[in-house]
Design a protein around this ligand. Structure first.
Ligand SMILES: Cc1cc2nc3c(=O)[nH]c(=O)nc-3n(C[C@H](O)[C@H](O)[C@H](O)COP(=O)(O)OP(=O)(O)OC[C@H]3O[C@@H](n4cnc5c(N)ncnc54)[C@H](O)[C@@H]3O)c2cc1C
Length: 460
């Protein structure tokens, strides 16, 4: 299988040429011998170990332009690292030029107009802190150390999705460096085709140097988790599915499956209510009436909720993930979920049902490039482990689980949770929007210069 991430032969670079390029940059250039090179090339998934020939750490859009032009003129592959959290490791390449955007963390918030302009090196927590200082937020994901850039470009599913949509639904404009080195603004008014494509089409179209987000009043929220008795896990899972299907937009939910010390599958439900707190208490009554053994739901600052899962995803671990959409939870699907939860290969390994609903689900599937618009669970099979010697066991469990659940899953996959899974799965990720995306790709990136991503093949 050829993949966009495979090592490519790259031309030897003349030192003098690299030095001349370095002098044009405001930010840093790192070679393999430089301090900081290994830290810069490291990504969240420790299974990924790639060595770019050069790393550029730009400080602004002009540096990004220079790096894009340099890479193109010298035949170098280009990888773009926002927060470095993509599980496929597409942020780093072997032997090309890696753009490490971590020095581009500027953010400005206009509380009157309720917009934030954010640079692509920000992590979720950085942006949440800046917006929450004004009691505002834009929808992002649920782990605060994830990068805003990759998350937003692929969709962005989090605690506010029911009320305010996906991250990409809240992008009002973006500045994008395209393959020809232009810095374009994409919005509903300018380059509307590009604007459409970057809201779900991931990194295929250029390097985004700034996002303008719509903000909403958010917080405090009513949030936390409930655990249910292991004897009732099957019943609780069925109940959760029915409950989640009737939740108002303000109440977004997730469920996590695990296993107790006696080998019994367990379920915990996480919630976030983003409306008046007394109404939230009422909306949660049926879930509480089901009889949880633990109830950690309480009013809290939105930023506290956003950071609550961080400890479950430390850096330096090996990761192998599979994901799919479950519209329904039939008895057959529940059987598979419980069987594989009971056989979970490590305590750190997670099984999640992240619910998409409400505003995120009501958007027309063709309105943005993100096509999977309907109320559904994203099933996340998240194997993580420390010792590389355990890789086969974790990968084997994940693959077996994924194959067993496949008959119950909808066609399609969320592009941001896709590993290196081949061209068919990439097609499924872009779904009915694939052809239109390929046409936009042919217009803005006719040589497929931006290919270190879940790559869209050119139209024709
Ligand atoms: C612990 C964890 C929790 C997560 N939780 C959620 C969640 O709650 N909701 C959710 O929707 N997703 C979630 N994800 C998935 C997440 O959306 C993807 O991993 C996403 O790619 C992360 O963005 P990043 O900037 O960190 O990625 P990176 O690995 O830096 O980049 C991934 C790809 O995005 C593209 N890219 C990045 N920056 C730019 C840019 N500025 N311009 C153009 N292209 C760019 C490139 O193609 C790059 O290869 C989670 C992932 C992890 C590891």
């Amino acid at each position: 299988m050829t993949t966009p991430f495979a090592p490519v032969a790259f031309p030897a670079l003349d030192d003098a040429v690299v030095r001349t390029f370095e002098e044009t940059l405001r930010g840093r250039l790192l070679r393999p011998v430089d301090d900081g090179y290994d830290a810069a090339r490291a990504v969240f998934n420790a299974m990924i170990d790639r060595r770019p020939a050069l790393i550029v750490r730009p400080t602004d859009g002009q540096d990004v332009r220079r790096a894009v032009v340099f890479a193109r003129e010298h035949g170098l592959a280009l990888a773009v690292k926002g927060g470095g959290h993509n599980v496929a490791g597409s942020a780093v390449c072997d032997g090309g030029l890696m753009l490490d955007l971590s020095a581009m963390k500027g953010v400005s918030v206009d509380p009157e107009r309720r917009i934030a302009v954010a640079e692509p090196g920000l992590l979720l927590g950085d942006l949440d802190r800046a917006t929450q200082a004004h009691g505002l937020a834009t929808p992002l994901g649920v782990v605060s150390v994830t990068g805003i850039a990759g998350l937003t470009l692929g969709g962005g599913l989090g605690w506010l999705n029911g009320k305010h949509g996906l991250a990409c639904d809240n992008v009002l404009a973006a500045d994008v460096v395209t393959a020809d080195g232009r810095l374009l603004t994409a919005s509903a008014e300018e380059h509307a085709d590009l604007f459409w494509a970057i809201r779900g089409g991931s990194g295929n179209f250029g390097v985004v140097t700034s996002f303008t987000y719509r903000l909403h009043p958010v917080g405090p929220v009513l949030a936390g988790g409930l655990a249910f008795p292991p004897e009732r896990t099957r019943e609780a899972l069925r109940f959760y599915h029915e409950f989640a299907a009737t939740c108002p937009d303000e109440l977004s939910t997730t469920a996590g499956l695990s296993v107790d010390a006696e080998g019994r599958p367990t379920i915990a439900v996480g919630v976030c209510w983003c409306g008046p707190l007394d109404a939230g208490e009422r909306a949660l009554r049926p879930l509480r009436a089901f009889g949880p053994t633990e109830d950690g739901i309480a009013p809290m600052a939105y930023s506290a909720l956003q950071a609550a899962n961080d400890a479950s995803f430390p850096t330096g671990r090996q990761h192998y993930w599979k994901s799919s959409w479950l519209i329904d939870l039939s008895d057959g699907a529940i059987d598979v979920l419980l069987r594989f939860a009971a056989a979970k290969p490590s305590a750190a390994t997670g099984i999640g049902l992240q619910r998409m609903h409400g505003a995120a689900a009501r958007v027309n599937p063709g309105a943005t490039a993100f096509p999977h618009r309907r109320a559904q669970h994203e099933l996340l099979i998240l194997a993580q482990w420390d010792d590389p010697a355990e890789t086969d066991r974790h990968v084997g469990w994940t693959r077996a689980f994924f194959e067993a659940v496949r008959p119950f899953a909808a066609r399609g996959v969320y592009v941001n949770d896709l590993g290196e899974e081949g061209a068919d799965r990439v097609c499924e990720a872009y779904g009915a929007n694939y052809e239109r995306l390929a046409a936009v790709k042919a217009k803005y990136d006719p040589t497929n210069f931006f290919r270190m991503n879940q790559n869209i093949r050119l139209a024709g």
